[in-house]
Structure formats: structure tokens, C-alpha cells
Design a protein around this ligand. Structure first.
Ligand code: WTA
Length: 672
């Protein structure tokens, strides 16, 4: 597979990087500077050691049992415990911090004023919207609600309102197409969609309601109601008409519930807080189903100990709430700690690459969190620019893809002015929150390596045969986590079998075993561990392409291509890109009866991908080829296409049923 090939070659070229100690000034104030944490969280204290993390939350009922592990790989954490995620994020801060800013909302257009929303104000808005969901939509505990919203305050308000009532939210990234949203509405069986008329990004006002209408129409019967926020008070900035009987403006509903107070539901720890759809190896996205108590425990503990968030900080995570990073590290973790965050609507380089630094200066941001893609893009735009600003970052984080040591050093030296500590955090939608990272007050940083495992996480690297690859061998293998941990997803929404097959079948030792030690979690990433115990992530080993930190399934992309009437077969491979890490290259062969010109087919395929999945998935190139290289059993050999895209030698083609086609594809690729 293409990405694996790329990973193997990265591994060969990598050298050991230097270690950099955190500054003494950081260590002195770090939330976690106690080395004994690793002893307390060692395997002999498992699982009771996790109580220490859970105690960071407010529980309305204390748990009786830390872990019910009788039916692996299905686990229940903090059994008997009851809590409410919204109460933990808002209510518990009110006595002391009602006037503290929860979010500084920064619109993309610099002419527009930023709006600071206090904890008290956020609490009021959440309560009113919760009243709307309960009274006007008749929703109750366990019902699903799809939130198709961009980066405006409406999104955290809607999420927290759901959490308050025990409704399960499913946030769909606003950059996804209406069709992609429809699939998620249907899979989750949501009766209500919450959306907005428009938002600004990349210098444009996007008509979002148009896309929401496509979603609502394609979702069919399931959907009854569409609640529409307004980006600008009193205005409606969409071309799409409001549909009688289905669509209703949020502010009109809210005005009937002004000042409403809604009691937070007492949720059992293992009850579901949200679904977050993510790409897998088959075309259908999987709904990662996250619990209330376990997830919140993991989000708050890692926000405190890894991100080093304190209530008096000003923190900014530049991710989108539509992904897991935004759930854990814009909404649930930071709010549970009662800090002030920036919520930025737009793109990092709009109108220019100085934008993030102007925002950081203006609000005194001292904790910064972004992706390697953003780091590469900002560096490329103007490598000296951050030095011209008065930046005071104490700690900075990256997430989502491997970061090259060069980009890492720029991030620390230029953005961090050489003072900030850097954490490179490895984790996944499935894991809920961080898994592998340095604890910034305890460990040296190493460019390009995520770091050791968090206290309480016991990883292992297995080879294809399930043999452990020990540290320091320079050999890569499959990253697995041996033990259960509180933040792990409960299951795939509606598909326990797929959950087992995707994450556990690979290394399970005995399907009937009720001992968790027989059920290592298979992450789907290649990794290697150096002699010092630090992990280096090589990338996905399955059919997933990680474009600018967005996980896209190759199968999803391929099925989008096949929706174009001329296309007979499609294959998607990853190619390296200096900014986005990797981008998709698409190969299609046309149906024999098609008489469209190749350029027209290529254009149509690109458009199709954009329409079905979204602009983030737009391919670098679409190659229209006479036939696909195939094995004798008819499987498309993507590895060969990936080599051609990268200008590499495709290697041995003798096992193909049609080796000649490789030469003709190569000529075609080279000639263009
Ligand atoms: C990749 C995002 C290298 C990895 C939180 C993983 C990383 C996938 C890192 C999950 C990192 C995430 N270094 N690779 N620090 N963090 N990844 O579900 O391949 O959107 O499996 O969650 O991103 O992507 P997801």
C-alpha cells in the first residue's frame, strides 16, 4: 500500500535528533512535574490508578468500580458514577469565574469586532438552547442531533446544550459537502440538524445553508427539523429559502426561552456523549462513539498535564471543532479547566500569514496549538514573520501528522522565540485524547518524535506476526496499545462487529478471552521506538490518506470518482506535498462506451470529489488511464500507481495480469 511504502522509506532516512530540555522557568510552574506519576500509573496499579485522573471532574455520584472489563474489548469506566459534561464545563466555574472569558470569538474579517463571551454568558446561551432542543424539538436523553456548523460560538453552544440534556451530538465538519453530511445524519438517525446561514473563511462568505439543504434533502425521512443560526444578527445571508415546516431560525426559538434554566441530566459514566465520524478502510464512515465519564476524564487530564492549561491562561487551538481535536481541545478539555480560549472563525493565512500572530498579540495568547500543515504553510509564506511580533508562548502543541524536524525547529525557534516547550501529541479520533507525547515539565523534547506514552498507557509495537519489536532496533511495526484506557471510544455506532474487526481482530489472541491482556488495540499506524523510549510515528498502514491532518478514506474518494458516469474504475494514492504532507492523486479508467475527452473526465472527477467529500479532498491530479495495473485476482495494485506518481521505479511488475499497462501509464504520467 502506498502510504506504507512511503513510511518505510521515511524510516530508512531518519536519523536520531537531539534532545532539548524544557527551560527551568517552565518546569517550575508546570501542572505536572512529579516524576512519581509514572510509578503511580504503572501496570501493577491498573486500573485503580485512573481514579486520580477522574477526580479532576465533578461527579454528582461517585463511582463504585473503576473498570468493568468482563467483556473485552467492551469496557465500562467509573461504573456507578454519574456526571454531566456541560456542568463540568460551565456550572462548576460560575461561583468564582462567571465573569471570566470562556471564548474570545474572532471573526475572520479583521474589520469585524471580536466578541468575548464569559462563562456566565455561555452558560446562559447554552441553557436557552437546551430549552429549545427539549421544548421545541421534543428531544430527550439518548437522541442524536447532527451539528453542521463552522467555527462560530453557535457550535460550542449547541454541543454543550446537547451534553446538558444527555443528547448525543454528531458534529460534521463544515467543510464537508452536504452529501457527506447526509450520510452522517442517516447513520446516526438524527431527527434534528443544527446549522447556520453562512460563515467566513479564506476571504469569502460561504453560503452554508445551501449545503445544509442538500444534506437535509439527501438524508430523507430521518430528518424532521433544521434549526438555522444567523451569522449576522437580524440578517439572512444565504440564497437557500427557509423550508416551511422544516426550517426555523434559532433566534426565533430562543426568544421564547429567554432566561430558561435547564437542570443538567445526571448521566451514567458510560453513557454516550457524542459521535465523531471518521474514515476507515471501507467506504462507509464510522461513528466513533464516546462515553461521558471516560472521555471527559481523558480530555481534562491531558489538557491539564500535557497542554499545561491553567485558568488564568489564554489558550488558542487553531484546529476546527468539526474534528476530534476541537472537541477535546477547544471545547471539553479547556472549558472543564475554566480557561479562556480564542475561537477563530477563519483560515490561518487570511488575509496574510501574520494573522495568527496579530490575534495572539491582541489577546495575549500564551498557549498555542496547531497542526504540522499549518506550521508548514506559515513557514512557507514568510519564515521570519513571527519574529516581528511580541509572542509570549509558554507551550506549543502539534497534532495530526508527523512533523518534520525542520518544521519542528522553525516552530520552536521562530514561533516560540526559542522559549516555548513543544509537545508533539499522537492520538486519534478513537482514542479520545492524547496517548503518546512528552509531559512538558518532565521530559526533553525531540524534534520529529511524539515522545513516550502518557502515564497509564502501555503501548507495544508488533510485527506482522505479532512478535514484539523492542526499542532501539531501528525497525518499524504496528503501533498497538495493550491496555484499556478511559478515553477510548466505546464502539462504532451501531456496529460492534466492525469495531472488533477494525481495532482488535489483528492481534487478538483468543476471541473468547475475558482478559484484556489478550486484546491489544491496533491503532493502524506504523511506528518505531528509539532506545530512549520515544515513539516516532510513520503514518497510516491502512487505506487512509492524511491530507493536511484530515483523515480521508481512499475508498471514500474512490467511490466518489465512480459516481461520475464515465468512470469505470478508480484508484487513489498518496503523494508527498511540501505543505499538506500528502495529497491524493487519482487514477481513473473510463467505460468503453464513454466518448468524453480525458480532460473533461478529469475535471468532472475532481468536481465530483469536491462535491461528495469537500474541497479538502481535491486531488492534485486526475490521470485518465487505459487500464489499471492488476493482480491476477483482479486487485488494483495501488502500490505501483503510488510509485509512478512519486516518480519512483514501480519495482517488480511480473506478478501483474497486465504488466504492459504500467509502461503506458508511466509514459502518460511523465509526459504531462
Ligand atoms: C495521525 C487526530 C504523527 C496518525 C487527533 C493517526 C499523527 C491519525 C499524530 C489520527 C502525530 C495524529 N504524529 N501522526 N503527533 N497525531 N497522527 O483521527 O496517523 O483525525 O492515526 O485524529 O493522525 O487522525 P484523527
Amino acid at each position: 500500500m502506498s502510504t506504507k511504502q512511503a513510511s518505510d522509506s521515511i524510516a530508512v532516512h531518519w536519523r536520531e535528533e537531539e534532545s532539548i530540555q524544557p527551560p527551568e522557568s517552565f518546569v517550575r510552574q508546570a501542572n505536572m512535574a512529579d516524576r512519581d506519576i509514572y510509578k503511580r500509573m504503572a501496570e501493577e496499579n491498573f486500573p485503580a490508578c485512573f481514579d486520580e485522573y477522574a477526580k479532576l471532574l465533578h461527579w454528582s455520584r461517585q463511582w463504585d468500580r473503576t473498570l468493568d472489563d468482563e467483556h473485552p474489548p467492551f469496557y465500562r469506566w467509573f461504573v456507578g458514577g454519574e456526571l454531566n459534561a456541560c456542568e463540568n464545563c460551565l456550572d462548576r466555574h460560575l461561583p468564582e469565574a462567571a465573569e471570566r472569558t470562556a471564548f474570545h470569538f474572532v471573526p475572520e474579517d479583521e474589520q469585524e469586532e471580536a466578541v468575548s463571551i464569559t462563562y456566565g454568558e455561555l452558560h446562559r446561551r447554552v441553557n436557552e438552547f437546551a430549552a429549545v432542543l427539549r421544548e421545541e424539538c421534543g428531544l430527550s436523553r439518548g437522541d442524536r442531533v447532527t451539528l453542521y456548523l463552522p467555527m462560530t460560538p453557535a457550535l460550542p453552544v449547541a454541543m454543550l446544550a446537547c451534553a446538558r440534556l444527555g443528547l448525543i451530538h454528531s458534529v460534521v465538519f463544515s467543510g464537508f459537502s452536504g452529501q457527506a453530511c447526509a450520510e452522517r445524519i442517516e447513520d446516526s438517525n438524527s431527527r434534528v440538524l443544527v446549522t447556520i446561514d453562512a460563515y467566513r473563511r479564506g476571504g469569502k462568505l460561504h453560503d452554508h445553508k445551501l449545503k445544509a439543504d442538500k444534506a437535509a434533502e439527501a438524508a430523507g425521512q430521518t430528518l424532521e427539523r433544521c434549526i438555522v443560526f444567523r451569522r449576522y444578527e437580524g440578517e439572512y445571508r444565504s440564497e437557500a429559502p427557509m423550508k416551511e415546516g422544516r426550517d426555523v431560525f434559532a433566534d426565533e426559538l430562543i426568544s421564547a426561552h429567554q432566561g430558561a434554566e435547564v437542570e443538567p441530566e445526571r448521566m451514567r459514566s458510560e453513557e454516550t456523549l457524542f459521535l465523531m465520524y471518521t474514515s476507515g478502510t471501507t467506504g462507509k464512515p464510522k461513528g466513533a462513539q464516546h462515553s461521558t465519564g471516560g472521555y471527559m476524564t481523558w480530555a481534562v487530564a491531558t489538557s491539564k498535564y500535557v497542554l499545561d492549561i491553567k485558568p488564568e491562561d489564554c489558550y488558542w487551538c487553531m484546529a476546527d471543532i468539526g474534528w476530534i481535536t476541537g472537541h477535546s481541545y477547544i471545547v471539553y478539555g479547556p472549558l472543564a479547566l475554566g480557561t479562556s480560549s480564542v475561537l477563530y472563525e477563519g483560515a490561518p493565512t487570511t488575509p496574510d500569514a501574520g494573522r495568527p500572530w496579530r490575534i495572539a498579540e491582541r489577546f495575549g495568547v500564551n498557549l498555542f496549538h496547531t497542526s504540522p500543515t499549518a506550521v508548514r504553510a506559515l513557514r512557507k509564506a514568510d519564515p521570519d514573520l513571527p519574529l516581528k511580533y511580541d509572542l509570549k508562548f509558554r507551550a506549543m502543541t502539534t497534532v495530526g501528522e508527523p512533523i518534520e524536524p525542520e518544521a519542528w525547529r522553525w516552530y520552536r525557534d521562530t514561533v516560540g522565540h526559542g522559549n516555548a516547550v513543544i509537545t508533539d501529541t499522537w492520538w486519534q479520533t478513537e482514542t479520545g485524547a492524547h496517548m503518546l507525547t512528552t509531559l512538558p515539565g518532565l521530559h526533553a523534547m525531540k524534534p520529529g518524535s511524539a515522545g513516550p506514552a502518557l502515564p497509564g498507557i502501555y503501548p507495544v509495537i508488533y510485527d506482522e506476526n505479532g512478535e514484539e519489536i523492542p526499542p532501539g532496533q531501528g525497525r518499524a511495526g504496528n503501533l498497538c496499545i495493550r491496555n484499556p484506557w478511559p478515553g477510548r471510544m466505546l464502539t462504532i455506532w451501531g456496529d460492534d462487529e466492525r469495531f472488533i474487526n477494525t481495532y482488535y481482530a489483528q492481534y487478538n489472541r483468543d476471541r473468547d478471552s475475558s482478559d484484556w491482556r489478550d486484546w491489544p488495540y491496533f491503532a493502524g499506524d506504523g511506528a518505531m521506538q528509539s532506545a530512549d523510549g520515544y515513539y516516532r510515528i510513520l503514518g497510516r498502514i491502512d487505506d487512509v490518506i492524511n491530507v493536511a491532518g484530515h483523515r480521508l478514506g481512499t475508498k471514500e474518494l474512490e467511490s466518489a470518482c465512480l459516481a461520475s458516469p464515465d468512470v469505470a474504475e478508480a484508484a487513489v494514492v498518496a503523494v508527498e506535498d511540501s505543505v499538506k504532507g500528502v495529497v491524493p492523486d487519482v487514477y481513473v479508467s473510463v467505460r468503453p462506451d464513454s466518448d468524453s475527452a480525458p480532460d473533461a473526465v478529469a475535471g468532472a472527477v475532481s468536481d465530483q470529489i469536491e462535491q461528495v467529500i469537500g474541497p479538502i479532498a481535491r486531488p492534485r491530479r486526475v490521470w485518465v488511464v487505459p487500464d489499471m495495473p492488476k493482480t491476477r485476482s483482479g486487485k488494483i495494485m495501488r502500490r505501483i500507481l503510488a510509485a509512478l506518481s512519486a516518480g519512483r521505479d514501480p519495482g517488480d511488475t511480473s506478478t501483474l495480469s497486465n504488466p504492459d499497462v504500467v509502461e503506458s501509464i508511466r509514459e502518460h504520467v511523465e509526459a504531462t
